[in-house]
Design a protein around this ligand. Structure first.
Ligand code: PRP
Length: 186
């Protein structure tokens, strides 16, 4: 893979920093109201959800615990999900009896969350819900009930605000569409 041109490889901006900030603020307010008085653990699914998690937790005004999992579903620089889900990092504390909220950056085929929600349900949380910043329904293979959603997006390869191509572009502060010639290149 050639060295990325961080801004030059962006074909168009899909969601600006301001749009993301406003939506994350709204989601934080809803979660704060819904989980008032409950023991809530936010489970961030690394690495893509890192910026979303960091902003969302600061938009939540009730006490929460956080935990971090890392799973991988895409191999290398592929733009398609492989369907294989591997747990690279597990929870550090039990969620049994707590309210768990999975925090994801994107649901694409749904294979990752389908696996992960089954896995976490097996750890006996009181409730398990899903919050995702982005939903790309066009490519869904398994139905996933989304409880908190930022944006529904078209079937385009998006990068930035945590989302990568070949591990790059995660540090863009907005969400953009990657120029197709970048992932078409040998
Ligand atoms: C991405 C994303 C989701 C998953 C969604 O993670 O963060 O976890 O793919 O795809 P799916 O709905 O088709 O399963 P990825 O495996 O690329 O890891 P990353 O978060 O470290 O980039």
């Amino acid at each position: 893979m050639r060295m990325p041109d961080l801004v030059g490889d962006v074909a168009s901006v899909l969601l600006t920093e301001e749009q993301i900030h406003q939506r994350v603020t709204e989601l934080g307010a809803r979660i704060s109201a819904d989980y008032q008085g409950r023991e809530l653990t936010l489970v961030s699914v690394l690495k893509g959800s890192l910026p979303f998690m960091a902003d969302l937790m600061r938009a939540i005004s009730i006490p929460v615990s956080i935990d971090l999992m890392e799973v991988s579903s895409y191999g290398g620089t592929a733009t398609e999900s492989s369907g294989l889900v591997r747990i690279l990092k597990d929870l550090s504390k039990p969620i049994e009896g707590r309210h768990a909220l999975i925090v994801e950056d994107i649901i694409d085929t749904g294979l990752t969350l389908n696996y992960l929600s089954g896995y976490l349900r097996g750890k006996n949380p009181s409730t398990l819900h899903i919050c995702t910043l982005l939903d790309k329904p066009a490519r869904r293979l398994v139905d996933i009930p989304i409880d908190y959603l930022g944006f529904t997006i078209p079937d385009q390869f998006v990068i930035g605000y945590g989302l990568d191509y070949g591990e790059y572009y995660r540090n863009l502060p907005f969400i953009g569409v990657l120029r197709p010639e970048v992932y078409a290149a040998p």
